[in-house]
Design a protein around this ligand. Structure first.
Ligand SMILES: NC(=O)c1ccc[n+]([C@@H]2O[C@H](COP(=O)([O-])OP(=O)(O)OC[C@H]3O[C@@H](n4cnc5c(N)ncnc54)[C@H](OP(=O)(O)O)[C@@H]3O)[C@@H](O)[C@H]2O)c1
Length: 232
């Protein structure tokens, strides 16, 4: 497949690019900092631009079969410790609106979008979500707005999967993980970046959770473990 990846210099985005190339896909990476993309490959094209600019998205999407959006922290090139969480963030909301405008023009239906567990209908008032929203409220608000837009546009010719992440960590993947439409997370919830990337690509290719908002995590070991509801 021909897959465009937004947020391709991020921790998850880079892993998506790497794994998609390894699986034999053609990949276009949208980046602001090409020097931060640690991958080279004959099947990789790099487009430099800001995902909030409609012209960038309009120029990016033609010729692809699917788009995976792993946009996150807005401040380019900063370490996590240097991120200013008091700033307003709208990169996910704005870029999603551009994608919904331009994907249908080219007959592209598959869109996989990274979100955060605790946004939209997963804002369940649990201790995990209350603490998360307290820490990174403005970034979660961007995801809320993005999810509300996607929900409001279900009638559009887009087959989406929204993946609501817990803590993403760089450890070794390959253990079982669950995919849930309704789940209460706790501070044992987490997903290795390699499994998350594999899941996102599988959704772009096979779409098992089309038009669903799903949370993903390794098995919980904390107090929420008994409350899981499997999506399928
Ligand atoms: N990390 C976690 O524990 C965690 C937890 C819950 C949810 N999530 C969500 O899961 C997804 C993946 O997380 P992650 O930690 O892998 O992401 P990340 O490392 O923060 O990467 C974010 C990516 O978005 C890019 N970006 C931001 N604004 C942009 C813009 N205006 N134009 C173009 N690119 C832009 C960044 O580019 P630059 O390299 O130029 O900055 C970077 O490539 C994100 O949606 C995140 O919010 C993450």
């Amino acid at each position: 497949m021909r897959i465009a990846v937004l947020g391709a210099t991020g921790a998850t985005g880079q892993e998506i690019v790497r794994q998609a190339l390894f699986q034999g896909h053609q990949v276009t990476a949208l980046v602001r900092r090409p020097e931060a993309l640690d991958v080279t490959h004959d099947a990789l094209s790099v487009v430099v631009g800001d995902a909030t600019e409609e012209a960038v998205i309009a120029g990016l999407v033609p010729g692809h079969d699917a788009v995976i959006c792993s946009l996150g922290r807005p401040e380019s090139g900063h370490s996590k410790a240097a991120i200013d969480d008091s700033l307003d963030v709208d990169v996910c909301f704005v870029s999603t609106q551009h994608l919904y405008r331009h994907l249908p023009k080219h007959g592209i239906r598959r869109l996989v979008v990274m979100s955060t567990h605790g946004s939209g209908s997963s804002n369940d008032g649990s201790p995990y979500v209350v603490q998360l929203r307290d820490w990174v409220g403005k970034r979660v608000k961007d995801k809320d707005d993005m999810e509300a837009f996607i929900e409001d546009h279900r009638a559009d010719p887009i087959d989406f999967t929204v993946i609501r992440n817990p803590l993403i960590y760089p450890g070794q993947g390959g253990r079982p993980f669950g995919v849930f439409e309704q789940v209460e997370f706790d501070d044992t919830s987490r997903i290795p970046v390699s499994d998350l990337a594999r899941f996102a690509i599988a959704e772009a290719v096979d779409g098992r959770f089309v038009n669903r908002f799903v949370s993903i995590s390794e098995p919980l070991t904390g107090p929420s473990a008994a409350k899981w509801h499997l999506a399928r």
